[in-house]
Design a protein around this ligand. Sequence first.
Ligand SMILES: [Zn+2]
Length: 163
Amino acid sequence: MHTKKITKTMSVCPHCDCVCSPVDHLFENKYGGDTSWYCDGCGGKYKIEYDSSKKCLISPLDEWKIDIAVVMKYQDIFVVVKGVAFAEGSRGNFDDSNFPYYYNEHTCPVNWMRVECLYDSKTENGDPHGLFEYVGYEVYPDGGQDCNFDWATLINRVNNNGD
Ligand SMILES: [Zn+2]
């Protein structure tokens, strides 16, 4: 056994100071350039301009990625999946009008459920889009990843809103 020291270059989010995103791959072409990123901490977007000497200029953009808790149902069974919305100007300024289409018809439920397969033996359908019906959403709750979070209250609130 031995140790190996690995050095990573990380960007610092200009919105919240989170050191969340590795940027070493930006320097692989050695030409420099620019790109943009969404912070894993606060969801704020920022521009990264870089050169071949690994110097970066990072500036905030007024765009946001917002985590949302999407409630779906099949008969009396509800599931909550983590989704995202994108906003400009302020965090609440996002368009949710395509969410029913996106979750009912567009996206394979296997992707949001992280299971290997969903299979309807009656129709022999191994890709049952539309199996779960979109009910509505809320902004993803702080602490929602805790297994003690009260998801039933969130589900009932969304279900009763008819969002
Ligand atoms: Zn941030």
